[in-house]
Design a protein around this ligand. Structure first.
Ligand code: FMN
Length: 176
């Protein structure tokens, strides 16, 4: 059995791709969201959870925090993917605050990996929601000009995934 588990929740494939790359790099066991429970994760020294941001929150985070909470001794790493090619850690404060409590944010090591947008794998409802969100962001006076530029590109599918982006996360997982 490996000493690291990688769990992912992925609707359109971006987080799944990163989870596979990370599991390969660390020789870790790979699991899909909701196929594991606290008992199964107990032997692992490190647990990594990855998912996409949806409407500003990390998908599946509520389930993950419930499963991981009793395992106080293991190292926990969380990665999020999103539609932005690059973000500064401070730009994600709102998303992390909406997703995790302050004590969870202190305990978990948080990473952002560039995802993209895959309209072909979204339901009509999700496509509609995304188009509404994009419209709102493009017309809101609160949206920064650089974010507006990025939102403009989301009129079609884009893929920003990059295997090199996992390096800091892998280094963190390998740190004793
Ligand atoms: C309805 C909807 C809402 C989204 N909301 C956000 C968001 O708030 N922030 C963001 O960066 N990306 C957002 N995205 C883009 C996804 O986070 C991005 O495509 C992510 O990589 C998907 O990961 P997955 O394919 O593993 O589920 C949204 C996408 C959809 C369809």
């Amino acid at each position: 059995m490996a000493d690291t588990a990688v769990i992912y929740c992925s609707r359109t494939g971006f987080s799944a791709r990163y989870a596979r790359w990370i599991a390969d790099a660390l020789n870790a066991d790979l699991y899909r969201y909701k196929t594991v429970d606290t008992a199964l994760l107990t032997p692992y020294k490190t647990v990594i959870y990855g998912a996409g941001f949806y409407a500003g929150k990390l998908k599946g985070a509520r389930w993950f925090t419930r499963v991981i909470r009793p395992l106080t001794a293991c190292k926990v790493i969380v990665f999020a993917t999103g539609s932005m090619p690059h973000v500064q850690p401070q730009d994600l404060r709102q998303e992390w605050d909406m997703t995790f409590s302050s004590s969870e944010q202190e305990r978990f090591r948080l990473f952002y990996l560039p995802g993209g947008m895959n309209y072909a794998r979204l339901s009509w409802l999700s496509q509609g929601m995304m188009r509404l969100f994009r419209f709102y962001m493009l017309h809101s006076s609160k949206t920064r000009p650089d974010t507006k530029q990025l939102m403009k590109r989301l009129d079609r599918s884009v893929d920003y995934t990059d295997k090199k982006a996992i390096r800091p996360l892998v280094a963190e997982a390998e740190r004793p």
